[in-house]
Ligand binder design. Structure first.
Ligand code: R5P
Length: 289
């Protein structure tokens, strides 16, 4: 019997076109609490819930947990969750004593709710890239959008150098022959209410003079990393610079800042909806198997 596939309201754009998928019935109680109902019998069947946990990562993550819990209570056999952009993955270790390692908390919660496997894309803490992993008791299947993002630039970038702005995304630039990683260093936390560590330095250890360059990363959040990388490469004499990232949060006007800095185009997946969403996560090879 095939797997039953359900999706939350915020994931409808990439889930509803999949044959046989159904929306979870979701409502709000008058006090704002979530009501969820699985609309079809699942007892004894494997089930998949598809969710988008951005924006509003806290509420969206809780929504997925509630749906997983409901599937479990209805007797579903093996339950998997597809969350293309896994929130809270950034804090995969503590930098300062006492910090919450939210990557562990989120994985532990999904597992405790009844999720047997998380299927995700370019998860921030999986710097090894694609494959099967486990964290806090949760089995994780990580896919990468790197090849699909790079394929987008065929015919646009001429014999490009492909680079990641830091070692953390080196597995993405490594998808291209001769892919290079830049060296990035972050400073301590900035003062004020925002938990943010400034990019202190970013250097390319390769010759970009006269070359087209594709910079590829797992995410563009505030854009500080990518903007700095574009500037460094333009100053080094790069011809055309293209920006690619799996998850385009594109905060703080970073899309415009990248174009102002000299980027030709910014390309991301639809894990997060933005004007740069040009590659489909559900279209990634092998993802929906
Ligand atoms: C860092 O480890 C990540 O791969 C990204 O480079 C980073 O999170 C991007 O953040 P921002 O856009 O704020 O520089």
């Amino acid at each position: 019997m095939s797997r039953a596939v359900f999706f939350t309201d915020t994931a409808a754009d990439f889930s509803a076109p999949l044959a046989g998928s159904s929306p979870v019935e979701l409502k709000r109680f008058p006090d704002g609490e979530l009501y969820a109902r699985i609309p079809a019998p699942v007892a004894g069947r494997d089930a998949l819930v598809m969710g988008r946990c951005y924006p509003a990562p806290d509420a969206e993550l809780f929504k997925v947990l509630v749906v997983v819990g409901a599937l479990k209570a209805q007797g579903a056999a093996e339950i998997a969750a597809f969350i293309p952009y896994l929130p809270y993955a950034r804090m995969d270790k503590s930098v300062k004593e006492g910090e919450a390692v939210t990557a562990d908390i989120v994985c532990g919660l999904l597992s405790a709710a009844g999720c047997a496997e998380l299927i995700t894309v370019d998860c921030h803490f999986l710097k090894q890239g694609e494959g099967g992993f486990s964290r806090a008791g949760l089995k994780i299947r990580n896919h990468s959008a790197a090849s699909a993002l790079l394929a987008y630039f065929k015919g646009k970038a001429e014999n490009p150098v492909v680079t990641s702005p830091d070692k953390g995304a080196a597995h993405m630039s490594a998808k291209a022959e001769g892919g290079e990683s830049m060296e990035k260093a972050r400073g301590g936390y900035a003062s004020g209410g925002a938990a943010y560590r400034e990019v202190e330095s970013l250097e390319a250890g390769f010759d970009a003079e006269g070359r087209d360059v594709i910079i590829i990363d797992d995410m563009i959040s505030t854009g500080s990393t990518m903007v700095k990388a574009v500037k460094v490469l333009k100053a080094a004499g790069a011809k055309k610079v293209f920006c690619a990232a799996t998850h385009g949060l594109l905060l703080a006007g970073s899309h415009g800042k990248l174009l102002e800095a000299g980027a030709e185009e910014v390309v991301c997946t639809d894990s997060i909806v933005s004007p740069a969403s040009k590659v489909s996560v559900t279209g990634l090879a092998g993802l929906m198997q």
